[in-house]
Write a protein that binds this ligand. Structure first.
Ligand code: HEM
Length: 183
């Protein structure tokens, strides 16, 4: 995955736990150096190894670490580096998610050799929303849960994940997230 993703994971660990813990993560993951270039694509395996090593170093399970990383991506990386782009993508959770594929498409001119996921969103009755996540990758559902919860807070429409339904495609991931508006 792109260096921006690995860098964001590093920021989450160093901001919360310091540089020494990140050095442990690199050592555990067997990743020699963290001079990730933001705008270069790296093997997905590196991101997965870093996420597993980070969860190990922080004493939490991988899904908890991926969920925290999803929240960090929205609350820190997007706010810091992509605020204008995010703002122009939508002003409500629904509008933003409806335009998210377009956002990922739009940046494919700068991120070459890049394989973003696909999202399909529908509004259901009773303050519920269904978000389908489709990717050729596997193992990122908890990252997406963290992203969705943090986004809902960002739009001042706090939601919780009510159910996660794995549709088990032959390869990759196709998951339905059921979101419930809080309060
Ligand atoms: C301006 C904002 C954003 C930028 C610049 C951005 C950029 C990227 C980049 C560079 C990747 C790596 C893909 C690759 O290397 O092949 C990625 C992956 C991903 N993005 Fe975004 N993204 C943005 C917003 C979001 C948001 C708000 C979500 C929330 C749902 C999201 C969901 C994902 C997921 C789940 C992946 C993992 C790849 C996968 O599932 O296959 N992105 N994005």
């Amino acid at each position: 995955m792109y260096g921006v993703i690995n860098k964001s994971l590093r920021d989450m660990v160093t901001e919360g736990h310091g540089d020494a813990v990140w050095d442990q993560v690199l050592a555990k993951a067997g990743v020699p150096s963290d001079s990730f270039l933001a705008m270069r694509s790296y093997d997905d395996e590196i991101t997965f190894r870093l996420a597993v090593a980070a969860s190990d170093a922080l004493g939490i399970d991988v899904d908890t670490a991926l969920n925290a990383f999803g929240q960090h991506w929205v609350n820190h990386t997007l706010v810091r580096d992509y605020d204008a782009l995010v703002r122009s993508t939508g002003s409500t959770m629904l509008e933003f998610l409806e335009n998210l594929n377009e956002l990922h498409d739009l940046i494919s001119t700068t991120f070459l050799d890049y394989e973003p996921p696909e999202f399909r969103v529908s509004e259901l009755e009773n303050d519920r929303m269904e978000v389908q996540y489709i990717s050729h990758r596997e193992g990122l559902n908890s990252f997406v849960s963290g992203l969705l919860v943090a986004l809902s807070e960002r739009f001042n429409e706090p939601m919780s994940i009510e159910a996660v339904e794995n549709l088990s495609p032959e390869s990759g991931t196709h998951t339905k997230f059921h979101l419930l508006m809080k309060g």
